[in-house]
Write a protein that binds this ligand. Structure first.
Ligand SMILES: Nc1nc2c(ncn2[C@@H]2O[C@H](COP(=O)(O)OP(=O)(O)O[C@H]3O[C@H](CO)[C@@H](O)[C@H](O)[C@@H]3O)[C@@H](O)[C@H]2O)c(=O)[nH]1
Ligand SMILES: [Mg+2]
Length: 239
């Protein structure tokens, strides 16, 4: 629709190798599809110089397309989205990873799906249709499947991929969900879907291929798994 603007919130922590290429591909995707866009980079004081790269990208694409909204230290993904949302100027928000696990080529499919039913949220799914995961070892696959299975059985939010983060939201919907969401770590993605359901928002799905990163390391650790289990329990007893 004329007047729609898509704001991509891109959280980064040590993504200097990935940031220029992901930015290029996001820009290309929006430009080719004649869509209005911006990227809000939320960098948590990455020691590798990610912010220097971001500043160069602002010079290249302009302040109307790229915002750098840094924070003092590594404060986690959930709060990175909240922080980025404060600066968003579009009426739609896309959240994705900066490490190519989420490919920008899916963005037009998300937008098309959103328009089909005027959905509040379109979530990427690795666990339906021709979606999938590539490059993870068995352990990480089992953690992801287990996390989804547990929350699906206990909380029944009727979303096939609860722990993924590649999603499109109406901006005011995202603001309301974030306000209701209490957890801060990786569990945030799952809680957001459960909250969205209980607030009555509509959710559609688009199958995506999640490809493990080539550059840098995942930030998922044992404390995140404990945090997830706590999150499922808390939602089970309160929502
Ligand atoms: N600003 C900021 N960015 C962060 C932080 N931690 C991670 N990031 C950024 O967030 C993105 C995802 O981080 P990864 O460390 O690559 O996550 P992953 O293990 O590949 O996990 C992915 O899959 C999970 C489960 O499916 C998802 O829950 C998660 O959101 C992500 O999509 C990357 O762009 C990374 O730089 C943080 O504390 N602060
Ligand atoms: Mg990753």
């Amino acid at each position: 629709m004329a007047g729609d603007k898509y704001s991509v919130i891109l959280p980064t922590y040590n993504e200097k190798e990935n940031l220029p290429i992901i930015t290029y591909l996001i820009a290309k995707t929006f430009t080719e599809n004649k869509l209005d866009w911006e990227i809000v980079i939320v960098d948590d004081a990455s020691p590798d110089g990610t912010q220097d790269i971001a500043k160069q990208l602002i010079k290249l694409y302009g302040t109307e397309h790229i915002q750098l909204r840094p924070r003092e230290g590594k404060l986690g993904l959930g709060t990175a989205y909240m922080h980025g949302l404060k600066y968003v100027t579009g009426n739609f928000v896309i959240i994705m990873d900066a490490d190519f696990s989420h490919h920008p080529e899916s963005i037009p499919e998300f937008i098309k799906k959103q328009k089909e039913g005027n959905y509040d949220i379109v979530t990427g799914t690795r666990y339906a249709g021709n979606g999938g995961v590539y490059g993870w070892d068995l352990k990480r696959k089992l953690i992801s499947r287990g996390a989804n299975f547990l929350a699906t059985v206990v909380l029944r939010p009727n979303v096939s991929d609860l722990t993924g983060s590649f999603r499109l939201y109406k901006k005011d919907v995202l603001a309301k969900i974030i306000e209701a969401t209490k957890s801060k770590g990786y569990v945030f993605q799952m809680e957001m879907m459960v909250r969205a359901r209980s607030l009555g928002f509509t959710i559609a799905e688009v199958p995506i291929s999640f490809v493990d990163r080539i550059y840098g390391d995942s930030k998922l650790g044992g404390d995140e798994i404990v945090g997830y289990l706590n999150g499922v329990w808390t939602l089970f007893t309160t929502v």
